[in-house]
Design a protein. Structure first.
Length: 351
């Protein structure tokens, strides 16, 4: 397992990275004029900020693996517009509301002069959760995304599709008659364009057969021609449980339980002030929740606004590889120290 902190401008660094490098991108960009820091006030108008978000999305789309997950933090005020920019390149799955409070459950408004705000006090931040279009074998057909959907489905599901199609070809049944027979065996209409032939052989609409359908197709192949000869050849010889396990490994991971916050409203307490604290530091428990839910051990995670390194700390604790990008040398060094303290013997740092 490796953890790397790279100092530099995130767009410049990401443009030098290889396609499909990361299983998840979990990041917290500037919010646009929420903090008094120069990096949050570098844009005069929201349109300029949103154009920059679009540039980030372009790189995220290229770097994220087809079965990967994107988590992007946003302010409550700008979240809708940020989500729209993300939706131009990704399928938005959830708009998560992080309801902030201290370790005692008190809302942050208790320390503010809320009457002077002239708006309802912003007690929340938002997290946009997204995946690639077409990443879960759904033929969405949005204009401009069809080719990308086919590419992604092929990348993720092609090994299993090719296995089933290859077995039918080996039996001499990867033709219209064979597909009709597969439809009938699975209880569908006797048509070359029926359910089984569309979903179990096609790249564009592929999905895993049910256990019943898989065994029906296996029996079909064994019954065609000489039973003993075909049985020895072992058509569709892999057990369904193994096929199902591989299918789940290929899909976008998502694992939650009733023991953790699994709705789209989260109540993790904020990080309390300490000397040198990053102004946007996120709670470690929340970042571990994200990493645990949407990646598997050994996955590679990118945070292109690494700050003081909490995402990297979560990855180190959960045995995920991590690459963080941070422009500020002070926070980059803090991130290295934080991650090293989490597991110093297994870290690798580079600038």
């Amino acid at each position: 397992m490796t953890c790397e902190i790279i100092e530099g401008d995130c767009l410049a660094v990401m443009r030098g990275m290889a396609d499909n490098s990361f299983d998840a991108i979990v990041t917290d960009p500037p919010y646009f004029k929420v903090k008094g820091e120069a990096w949050d006030r570098q844009w005069e108008k929201p349109t300029q900020f949103l154009a920059w978000i679009g540039d980030l999305c372009e790189q995220w789309q290229r770097l994220l693996k087809p079965n990967g997950s994107l988590y992007c933090f946003a302010s409550s005020k700008m979240a809708a517009r940020v989500e729209c920019r993300i939706a131009e390149r990704f399928s938005v799955l959830s708009h998560i509301v992080w309801q902030k409070g201290d370790e005692n459950g008190n809302g942050m408004h208790t320390r503010q002069h809320k009457e002077g705000c002239r708006i309802w006090f912003p007690q929340t931040e938002r997290i946009i959760f997204a995946e690639h279009y077409g990443a879960d074998n759904i033929a969405k057909g949005e204009a401009g995304y069809v080719a990308k959907c086919d590419e992604l489905r092929g990348f993720v599901f092609e090994p299993l599709r090719a296995y089933i199609a290859g077995e039918f070809e080996r039996a001499g049944m990867l033709n219209a008659a064979g597909k009709i027979a597969a439809n009938v065996a699975c209880g569908f209409s006797a048509s070359a364009g029926g359910m089984a032939s569309r979903h179990y052989f096609s790249r564009s609409q592929w999905q895993l057969p049910t256990r019943q359908h898989y065994h029906a197709m296996r029996e079909l192949l064994h019954l065609r021609g000489n039973w003993e000869q075909n049985a020895k050849q072992g058509f569709l010889r892999r057990e369904y449980e193994d096929l199902r396990r591989e299918y789940e490994d290929l899909r976008r991971p998502f694992s939650v339980t009733a023991d953790v916050p699994y709705t789209d409203v989260w109540t993790f307490p904020t990080v309390q002030h300490y000397k040198g604290k990053h102004p946007c530091e996120k709670p470690l428990a929340m970042m571990e929740h994200i990493v645990r839910a949407s990646t598997r051990p050994g996955a590679a995670v990118l945070d292109c606004f690494a700050g003081s390194g909490v995402t990297g700390q979560a990855c180190q604790r959960l045995a995920r590889d991590f690459v963080g990008i941070e422009l500020d040398a002070k926070y980059a060094n803090m991130a290295r120290a934080r991650i090293a303290a989490a597991s110093p013997s297994r870290s690798l740092f580079a600038v």
